[in-house]
Design a protein around this ligand. Sequence first.
Ligand code: CP
Ligand code: NVA
Length: 309
Amino acid sequence: MTRHFLRDDDLSPAEQREVLERAARMKADRFAERPLEGPRSVAVIFDKSSTRTRVSFHVGISDLGGSPLIISTASSQLGGKETAADTARVLERQVAAIVWRTYAQAGLEEMAAGTTVPVVNALSDDFHPCQLLADLLTIREHKGALAGLTVAFVGDGRSNMAQSYLLACATAGMHVRVGAPADYAPEAAVVADAQRIAEGTGGSASVVASAAEAVADADVVVTDTWVSMGKEDEKAERVATFGGFRVDAALMAQAKPDAAFMHCLPADRGFEVTADVIDGPQSIIWDEAENRLHAQKALLAWLLERSAA
Ligand code: CP
Ligand code: NVA
């Protein structure tokens, strides 16, 4: 059966652990696994801009012995003349997997439903699950384990990052708190899914309307841009609303003294985070960015194995 990775909870708790352990092994021995030797190609499609995702998939697919095929939607037929389902039927005859950064989650679901090769969400409006694999790998490296840790996400609760934090941390048995203005709370269905998962893993998931409440005694403090891709027209209104949700030194001081700061990048210094925090000693953003490579290689290798079985 073909396995896809469209949202964080497409991996069970045991499967998430397996992928993260494999990622750690691959990081220690970068060229040990070559499942795409041939080379087989992997299509990586972008409807939105990217630096980290583009580079880490290109390099990762090459590390695995494969050939990355990076496609800009603007210069393809997808989205204009051709549906996701038809694109998938064309690609599956030639590539081993499809990675897609897009807007609507429904597009990814349509693509996955129409194809026999694994489809990976490289960011949608709702979720950024590849980033979360990298973030969890990074937290594991810095804190030794995941289960039982408290993570606070502060800022746009309706963003792909906040919603992925809810699902991925609940899957890992962590306690995840999203601190967001009431009008930017995560979707109720995503919170409910995270809470249901957390019941089985010993974690918890909650949403609060105060940054201070979210970060109290947290092991990890996370934020993301206030203006996600596609929301540029709402910038002024968002900047006005999110003012009380900036991660600065005073907010960090309310987390544990050894709390780590994370941000998926790109960052707007002075908006969602101050420069002294993101460039300071508690910040682990460069490890986080590097770990996209290792986490996605493990994910691709795992999905290809499972889908071939
Ligand atoms: N964090 C992240 O996905 O970065 P890019 O938009 O540069 O890919
Ligand atoms: N929430 C951000 C993440 C960028 C990697 C966005 O969607 O623009």
